[in-house]
Design a protein around this ligand. Structure first.
Ligand code: BTN
Length: 267
């Protein structure tokens, strides 16, 4: 905890920290905290509260998957009370992806890329996942939780995911200071989020995001109602992925499973 505070250079993010050595899931704890705050109509703003733990016993991944969370990696969630429309919350995930990608690179020197929408990838393997959850009430969006799991110091991966996942320690051979890394994620996120919140779109961030996009100009396989392939041409101002089909038609992908040829075992 002291290392987080020591490295934190934010104005409003992470000023309140909820920390336990173990949590079920930082997202779940953050959600309960947000719910309690709404129910009790507390005056104090919870915007920017950080939830941090050393290991999770019920870590959650996207699409209802588990996020196995042994000690040594970096698990945190930030709670936001954004003044944005509920339909735009998935965009906050992309902002966090940019922040984490930059932060990992700043702190460790490891070159990072982003797999749309929100995996951080190093040499074709996943190093971080992000799960955003929101809660809306009758007055619109109440709060948003952005949860981040970075494979920091994990050295062993099960056979099932060995070809798809890596950690910073595996890439550099050095132990990572998780709290310094976390603080750096928040330092970068605060600035990017402020830029994003002005317009609620990616007009200011699109170029940087596309510069890191591992999908850029590569064949992708999309699974929506049917399965089809195309070439990804980056995100547009809304954060949606632009894909050109083999017939030259441009399609806009708002969500869904996107596999990139050459990544995570897609050959
Ligand atoms: C994914 O499936 O890629 C998203 C994984 C998100 C994991 C993080 S770890 C911290 C936070 N708490 C959770 O339970 N999940 C997120």
């Amino acid at each position: 905890m002291e290392d987080i505070k020591k490295h934190l250079q934010t104005k409003w993010l992470g000023k309140t920290i909820v920390y336990e050595t173990a949590m079920s899931s930082t997202n779940t704890v953050a959600k309960e905290y947000g719910k309690k705050n709404v129910m009790e109509r507390q005056e104090k703003s919870i915007h920017g509260t950080l939830f941090y733990t050393l290991k999770q016993t019920a870590g959650k991944g996207r699409r209802g998957r588990n996020w196995i969370s042994p000690e040594g990696n970096c698990y945190f969630s930030v709670l936001l009370e954004p003044e944005i429309q509920a339909i735009h919350i998935s965009r906050v995930t992309l902002v966090m992806a940019m922040a984490v990608a930059q932060a990992i690179q700043n702190v460790t020197g490891v070159e990072t890329q982003i797999k749309w929408p929100n995996d951080i990838v190093v040499k074709g393997k996943k190093i971080c996942g992000i799960l955003t959850e929101g809660s809306s009430g009758s007055d619109g969006l109440e709060y948003v939780i952005v949860g981040v799991g970075i494979n920091a110091n994990q050295q062993l991966f099960t056979e099932e995911i060995r070809d798809m996942a890596t950690s910073i320690r595996k890439e550099t051979g050095e132990v990572v200071n998780r709290e310094q890394l976390l603080a750096q994620c928040l330092n970068v996120f605060e600035g990017l989020y402020e830029q994003f919140a002005k317009t609620e779109d990616f007009s200011a961030l699109q170029r940087d995001y596309n510069g890191r996009l591992v999908n850029y100009n590569r064949e992708v396989r999309i699974l929506d109602e049917e399965e089809w392939t195309g070439v990804a041409l980056g995100i547009d101002e809304t954060g949606a992925l632009q894909v050109r089909t083999a017939e030259g038609e441009m399609r806009t992908i708002l969500s869904g499973e996107v596999s990139v040829r050459g990544l995570y075992g897609y050959v």
